[in-house]
Design a protein around this ligand. Structure first.
Ligand code: AHM
Ligand code: MG
Length: 343
């Protein structure tokens, strides 16, 4: 029988071999993984659990909240607040940060999450997921404020997501490569199924919401036009397109077989830098993608170098196979250079 490595065993071994998973961080990851199991159960019940449909409320970004958005948020908070590993949490579904109540010990980490990403797919039974990012509280002052969270993504201690699809898979990085764990429903444990994930540098697959085409900026249109021109075009090969509309599912495909994902700034709302949120969507995905040999930029800068200015900040996202991200970023930089030479 092949030996099965559990998440706990993986974390203990990582700690022993590399010493870079302090006890509090290990507990944090295990607690998040346990919460994801509970979310998976709620998601699986669907209509039987009366968890589908709208909750009749809006979040801070003015988006209608689904019942499962709220349930998932509560599960993550309840699971994480008492363990002594966290100082505070922040979520897509909460306007302000959630400081660990005084009755519990305060830990040194801060957790950010999108409790259930891909909300438009919940009711239609398409893959959705939980995204999380872990930061250290670096300031010495007592208490925690939103400012403590405003650290660039390169300071993340860990990041990951759980995708609730045909399989429930937890994907994790603690800064030493990317590992995938599949939930064994019979035993209830997370089993290591892929280690040292690598995204191929080249790809023939792109992911973008094509219905926004008329609003795109020139570098994005140029890139997609060239892909669509196929074998006869400048790229000399045919491209395939996939768009699940759940970032977790699109990124999971890219980590599994390569590809490039774009949710770029567009002209619909010029003052909005993009749709996706920097701190709990783009940063954790960028960390995973870079750890798997890919790249993640906002068109001109590495996502993990961006200094956040607010918790719910949005950002333009281009990530995935290295050579494709370099190409799209190059097109954006050419545009910037051309504009500055005209000044
Ligand atoms: P959400 O956090 O409200 O679910 O929004 C984020 C999702 C991403 O998972 C996905 O890539 C994108 O929104 C899809 O957007 P669109 O519906 O514009 O294609
Ligand atoms: Mg989301």
């Amino acid at each position: 029988m092949t030996q099965r490595i559990s998440l706990t065993q993986y974390l203990v071994e990582q700690q022993r071999e590399h010493g870079h998973i302090p006890g509090q961080l290990r507990l944090l990851i295990e607690v998040v993984a346990r919460a994801c199991k509970r979310i998976a159960i709620a998601v699986n019940k669907g209509a039987l659990g009366e968890v589908l449909g709208s909750a009749g409320s809006e979040n801070v970004q003015g988006e209608v909240q689904k019942k499962l958005d709220i349930i998932s948020n509560e599960v993550l908070i309840e699971a994480n607040e008492w363990g002594g590993h966290l100082a505070a949490m922040a979520s897509e579904e909460m306007d302000d940060i959630h400081v660990v109540p005084n009755r519990y010990p305060q830990g040194e980490y801060m957790l950010l999450f999108d409790p259930l990403d891909g909300s438009s797919n919940i009711d239609v039974n398409v893959s959705i997921g939980t995204i999380f990012s872990v930061l250290r509280k670096v300031s010495n002052h007592r208490g925690v404020s939103e400012e403590d969270f405003l650290q660039p993504g390169k300071q993340q201690a860990a990041a990951g997501y759980c995708v609730y699809g045909p399989q429930t898979t937890l994907v994790l990085t603690v800064g030493d490569g990317v590992a995938m764990f599949t939930l064994d429903r019979e035993t209830g444990s997370w089993v290591l199924t892929t280690e040292q994930v690598q995204i191929p540098a080249d790809t023939k697959e792109f992911a973008i919401n094509m219905s926004n085409m008329r609003h795109w900026d020139a570098p994005v249109s140029r890139y997609i036009d060239e892909c669509l021109a196929g074998k006869e075009g400048p790229r000399g090969k045919d491209f395939n397109m996939r768009w699940v509309a759940s970032m977790v599912a699109d990124v999971h495909r890219i980590l599994t077989r390569g590809g490039v994902f774009l949710y770029p700034w567009d002209k619909r709302e010029p003052n909005k830098p993009g749709k996706l949120r920097l701190m709990y969507e783009a940063n954790p995905m960028a960390f995973l993608v870079e750890q798997a040999g890919g790249l993640a930029t906002n068109g001109t800068q590495r996502i993990m170098d961006l200094q956040p200015t607010k918790l719910h900040e949005r950002v333009s996202v281009i990530l995935g196979s290295k050579h494709e991200v370099q190409r799209v970023t190059g097109y954006h930089l050419e545009k910037v250079a051309a504009a500055s030479s005209q000044d």
